[in-house]
Design a protein around this ligand. Structure first.
Ligand code: PLP
Length: 410
């Protein structure tokens, strides 16, 4: 077993000591890994004027956002609250892209007031935006390129029947709307889905924009979205970021020549930046043998990590406390009162009550999708940076759970 795959420490800090200090369950992030992922994209696209707009929704802790800003990236926000988190984290509003889906116009107005770039997601929104701002406020248009891509149906968002973006088949109407309202279009955008492996898919999305761009003379950038895949287990393929970089950069340079001007290329990686940096530490509460399966019940569940139940996502699990134990097969399950399988049919070194299990690839869409379901408290978050573990979110308390409830007396 490669030690790197099942680390007992991060930047020299042992996970056991982190668990002792901050308690369980616990999200732990490796800040160096996040920065190295940013660097790998920057290197792969070093031949073009690249801007990374980290997709905040993957992991939106303010300290993580500050780390990402410090590493030279901007952000993509999908709610006005994420815009505000970004501003709180110190991002210059001009480095924030706001990509909402069907929100009320008052949110759009708020975003414009805050000075962020708005990504227009429908023809009615283009019209309303044009009526209000004319050519005074630059905006971006989200195009639906009709490309079926992504790991599964729930995370494929750029196909013909998706709610996202404006269909490329409606390009004539888009152009007419821009003309009628004198819109100032600074960028075109696609985001086709998540867990996309194939460089050709990114190229196809980019080519749709390059072709459409000929109709928009005032562009400053082309935004090719996110969706790069990471590895979930040993031997699992990940997006070859250098191949994507080579192919898309080359096509982008050709496009800029044809367009007559050098534009910026924007990317919106979420999962790629933070997934592998995250480790979710849980404790084995009970080891229960049945005639067919041995269950390990842990002190967490789909309330803290919903990806396995929501997307059938695979998360590698290892036993931090007993790495030399004899191998056995387990179902690792949560405590939520419905089917709550975190990991099925896993061979792990013998799990004993009290052992710490580590769930990998927990940085993206882990804590950010956590809830209080079953009236459970959400875990704490820790960032390891400069060889030291820092608490970046306190564990919730019972007071947090009830503080907004208004009690009636009967
Ligand atoms: C979710 C999202 C992303 C990031 O997707 P990943 O699969 O995490 O890379 C990028 N852009 C937009 C508009 C998104 O909604």
């Amino acid at each position: 077993m490669n030690l790197n795959q099942h680390p007992s420490e991060i930047q020299g800090v042992s996970l056991e000591s982190i668990a002792r200090e901050f308690g369980l369950p616990l999200y732990v992030y490796d800040g160096e890994k996040i920065v190295s992922q940013i660097r790998s994209i920057q290197e792969a696209f070093s031949d073009v004027p690249l801007k990374i707009k980290y997709a905040t929704k993957a992991l939106s802790n303010i300290s993580i956002l500050k780390l990402i800003r410090n590493a030279g990236a901007g952000i993509d926000a999908v709610s006005i609250e994420e815009v505000k988190l970004g501003i709180m984290a110190g991002f210059d509003p001009v480095e924030i892209m706001y990509t909402p889906s069907g929100v009320s116009f008052s949110e759009i107005e708020e975003a414009v007031k805050l000075g962020v770039m708005v990504n227009l997601d429908s023809i009615p929104l283009m019209k309303q935006f044009g009526k209000q701002y004319g050519n005074q406020v630059p905006a971006c248009i989200r195009i639906n390129p009709h490309i079926l891509a992504g790991g599964n149906a729930k995370i494929s968002v750029g196909h013909k029947h998706s709610k996202f973006g404006i269909s490329i088949e409606q390009l004539p109407e888009i152009i007419a709307t821009v003309a009628a309202y004198d819109l100032n279009i600074a960028g075109l955008h696609v985001h086709t889905g998540s867990d996309i492996l194939d460089a050709e898919i990114f190229l196809r999305g980019a080519n749709v924009l390059f072709e459409a761009a000929k109709n928009f003379p005032d562009l400053r950038f082309i935004d090719c979205g996110g969706g790069f895949k990471v590895a979930y287990k040993a031997g699992d393929p990940a997006t070859d970021i250098r191949e994507v970089g080579d192919k898309v950069s080359k096509a982008f340079q050709d496009f800029c020549k044809e367009y007559g001007r050098s534009l910026e290329l924007w990317l919106e990686p979420g999962k790629f930046l933070v997934s592998e940096a995250g480790y979710f530490l849980v404790e084995a509460n009970v080891v229960k043998e049945t005639p067919t399966i041995t269950f390990v019940g842990v002190d967490s569940g789909l309330n803290h990590l919903i990806r396995p139940m929501l997307y059938d996502a695979y998360h590698d699990v290892y036993n931090l406390s007993n790495p030399k134990g004899g191998n056995q097969s387990y179902h690792v399950v949560g405590y939520i009162c419905e089917t709550d399988t975190l990991a099925a049919d896993r061979v792990l070194p013998e799990v004993r009550q009290g052992d710490i299990l580590v769930i990998k690839n927990a940085g993206a869409y882990g804590f950010s999708m956590a809830s209080n379901y079953n009236s459970r408290l959400r875990p704490a978050e820790v960032l390891v940076w400069n060889g030291k573990a820092h608490l970046i979110r306190k564990r919730e308390s019972f007071e947090d759970l009830v503080k907004n409830q208004v009690q009636l007396e009967f």
